[in-house]
Design a protein. Structure first.
Lengths: 188, 295
């Protein structure tokens, strides 16, 4: 079947989608957006977290067909999403979203200052919250959504918002630091 | 596999009548796991996401009619006063991502004894509204669970909503697991005090082939509260009564040994949860009584 939906602000079409296919599979294998990670495939780990009409969900548990006419934001579109949010209506920047080509060519170059990152991404780097990096995309999407709805989260709020994202490297302390850092910077 | 995307409830019922083996998918948090792991290949998936009314609830005089797909997150945020037991249970479901998708209809459809909503629905005395092209049926929750992962639905029926009486007294929910999030219950317990009828209701999860009530415990506690005039005098419940209640709850379960815990551990934990939730609810009841009197 064909699925038409919006990914990171751009209309997209996926063809020959199998009816039982997950949104995660479509993003990774058909859209060339491997930022959302495939780990547990049962909603336990959160590494595939994306926004579906603004709401954080495990993309491995959303059937692709359920995304028809809906809006997805993945980690690849996070910088643009955060920018649009800061600008309100997007009047101060391009409101077209992240192009698929652009997103597919994105590479992790944290030291390259020309690469634009969302505040939460920058905070993860600055706080040393990334080790192997596998859980990072899901954590970024979840943490960004938390800060969007709660500008001054308590530690309990942060822990709860990230309770569906497993990290096996960091022990979470640096991740909590990163979210606190992004919250403080957001306030400033 | 077919993927049907009805745009209205009527269309969904017609589709289910035409394809009785179609598996409804709303939050997808159960069925997608089975599909991802190749454990299930339904002929037809029936997507209910486009049916807006399933994600809505109506608060009436006495009852909340909760749409089958209202996400747990919404229940936690919006229905804590009306449905405290279910709101507490909702908060223990998996993770924010899962709570954003899953709803009570899915818990009822899957009818796993470990579903977190069941103890709260049993304790509140919910009624499940199911429908087909033949019409609508209201199934009391006590008659809904018919076996391990089996429920009273006919093949052409879909769950439309759950009718839950607004709380007339304190309600609690307790669940044992290995961590604070992302946990399937080792066992769970829900308790609702119903001061209006001077009754109590309970729900046990993950400790029998289906979610069950602890009826002997309910009857014992209601009688003990009545005899001692506790509903009126608001006195502390004697430890002996709480202990007997806990033992009766424990005895009402028929748990098994499995990977999550042993039968004897489950029985023990149920007793502890029964005693604690009784303490919490009774404290709240007394607190309310005192406030009312002072005012």
């Amino acid at each position: 079947m064909r699925v038409t939906f919006t990914v990171n602000g751009r209309p997209q079409e996926a063809d020959d989608v199998w009816e039982g296919e997950s949104l995660l599979y479509v993003l990774r294998e058909r859209m060339g957006l491997p930022g959302s990670k495939n780990a547990c495939e049962q909603g336990e780990c959160g590494s595939c977290t994306v926004r579906l009409d603004g709401v954080p969900v495990c993309s491995c548990l959303v059937a692709a067909g359920q995304c028809q006419d809906r809006e997805i934001v993945t980690v690849e579109g996070l910088a643009e999403h955060a920018k649009a949010r800061t600008c309100g209506t997007g009047a101060c920047g391009s409101a077209k979203g992240t192009g698929l080509d652009e997103a597919q060519q994105w590479q992790a170059r944290p030291t390259d200052e020309s690469v634009e990152l969302s505040p939460i991404q920058q905070a993860f780097i600055d706080a040393g919250a990334v080790q192997c990096g596998f859980c990072t995309p899901g954590l970024l999407v979840a943490a960004d959504e938390l800060l969007e709805r709660n500008a001054e989260p308590t530690d309990a709020d942060i822990r709860e918002a990230l309770s569906g994202n497993l990290c096996r490297c960091t022990g979470y302390e640096k991740i909590l630091d990163a979210v606190r850092l992004a919250a403080v910077r957001q306030e400033a | 596999m077919d993927f049907l995307r009805p745009a209205s409830w009527e269309e969904a019922l017609a589709a289910k009548a035409e394809h009785p083996t179609a598996v409804p998918i709303a939050g997808g948090t159960d069925i997608m796991v089975e599909i991802n792991f190749d454990q299930r290949r339904p002929d037809v998936l029936l997507d209910l996401n486009r049916i807006g009314e399933l994600q809505e609830w109506e608060t009436g005089e006495e009852t909340v009619r909760l749409g089958a797909s209202v996400p747990y997150t919404r229940i936690m945020e919006n229905l804590r006063a009306e449905l405290p037991g279910l709101a507490l249970a909702s908060h223990t479901v998996a993770s924010p991502q899962i709570r954003n998708r899953g709803g009570v209809g899915g818990n009822l459809g899957t009818a796993s004894p470990a579903g977190d909503a069941h103890p709260a629905l049993l304790a509140a005395g919910a009624v499940v509204e199911v429908a087909s092209v033949r019409g609508t049926r209201l199934i009391p929750i006590d008659d809904f669970y018919t076996g391990v992962k089996r429920n009273a639905l006919a093949p052409d029926e879909l769950i439309r909503a759950v009718h839950i009486k607004k709380a007339d007294g304190p309600q609690q929910f307790s669940k044992v697991g290995t961590r604070n999030a992302m946990v399937i219950a080792v066992c769970a317990f829900g308790l609702a005090l119903h001061p209006e009828t001077r009754t109590v209701r309970t729900g046990i999860g993950s400790a029998a082939p289906t979610p069950v009530r602890a009826r002997p415990a309910e009857e014992f506690l209601a009688a003990a509260l009545d005899e001692g005039g506790f509903w009126d005098n608001g006195k502390l419940i004697p430890p002996a009564v709480a202990r007997q209640f806990a033992e009766l709850v424990s005895g009402s379960a028929s748990p098994i040994d499995d990977v999550r815990g042993s039968a004897s551990y489950r029985r023990h934990a149920l007793g502890v949860m029964a005693r604690r939730t009784l303490g919490w609810t009774w404290d709240e009841y007394r607190g309310n009584e005192r406030t009312i009197r002072c005012a």
